[in-house]
Design a protein around this ligand. Structure first.
Ligand SMILES: [Zn+2]
Length: 151
C-alpha cells in the first residue's frame, strides 16, 4: 500500500501487511510492535521489517509495548545495516474493534514524535482492526495524516 500526503510517501509492502495480519488473526488480545525500514530525503518512507514485541500489559483492549526490548531491536538492526534500517513507527491490533486510533493512541503517537522528532521527521502508527480495516496514522511535525484501507 502506498500513502501520499503533504510531500511524503509511505510504502508498506503487501508481505509486511500479510505478516501483520497473521498476528491479528492469531491473537484475541491486542498485540503490537514496531515498524522498521528506510527513509530517503525525508520524503519516502518504506517499511521493510516488522517486529512483534510481547507486552506484559496486553489485554483485549490495551497494548503497551516493552520500550527496552523495542530499543534493543532498533539498535541491533541499525548496526547490522550500517544505519540503513531505522525505526519508522508502531503497529498494534484492535481485535474485533474499529481500526480507528483511540485518544490514547494519538497521544502516544505525538509523545513518540516528541522523542524522535529531531532524527525522524515522520512517525507512523498502523492499526489492524475488524473487518479487514487497517488505519495508517502518520504524524509529521505537529500535523496528523490518516487513511483507512482494506488489508
Ligand atoms: Zn489502539
Amino acid at each position: 500500500m502506498i500513502f501520499r500526503a503533504n510531500e511524503i510517501t509511505i510504502i508498506i509492502p503487501e508481505d509486511i501487511i500479510c505478516e501483520l495480519n497473521r498476528y491479528y488473526i492469531g491473537n484475541e488480545k491486542e498485540v503490537g510492535g514496531i515498524l522498521l525500514g528506510r527513509f530517503a530525503g525525508g520524503i519516502i518512507y518504506e517499511v521493510t521489517e516488522m517486529a512483534c514485541i510481547n507486552s506484559l500489559h496486553s489485554t483485549r483492549i490495551h497494548y503497551r509495548r516493552d520500550v527496552k526490548k523495542a530499543q534493543s531491536i532498533i539498535n541491533k538492526r541499525w548496526r547490522e545495516t550500517n544505519g540503513e534500517i531505522n525505526y519508522l513507527g508502531e503497529w498494534h491490533t484492535h481485535p474485533n474493534m474499529f481500526a480507528t486510533p483511540s485518544t490514547t493512541d494519538m497521544e502516544s503517537l505525538s509523545a513518540i514524535m516528541h522523542k524522535v522528532g529531531n532524527v525522524l521527521p515522520v512517525v507512523m502508527l498502523l492499526i489492524l482492526g475488524a473487518n479487514n480495516n487497517t488505519s495508517l496514522n502518520v504524524r509529521k511535525e505537529n500535523v496528523n495524516y490518516a487513511c483507512i484501507f482494506d488489508r
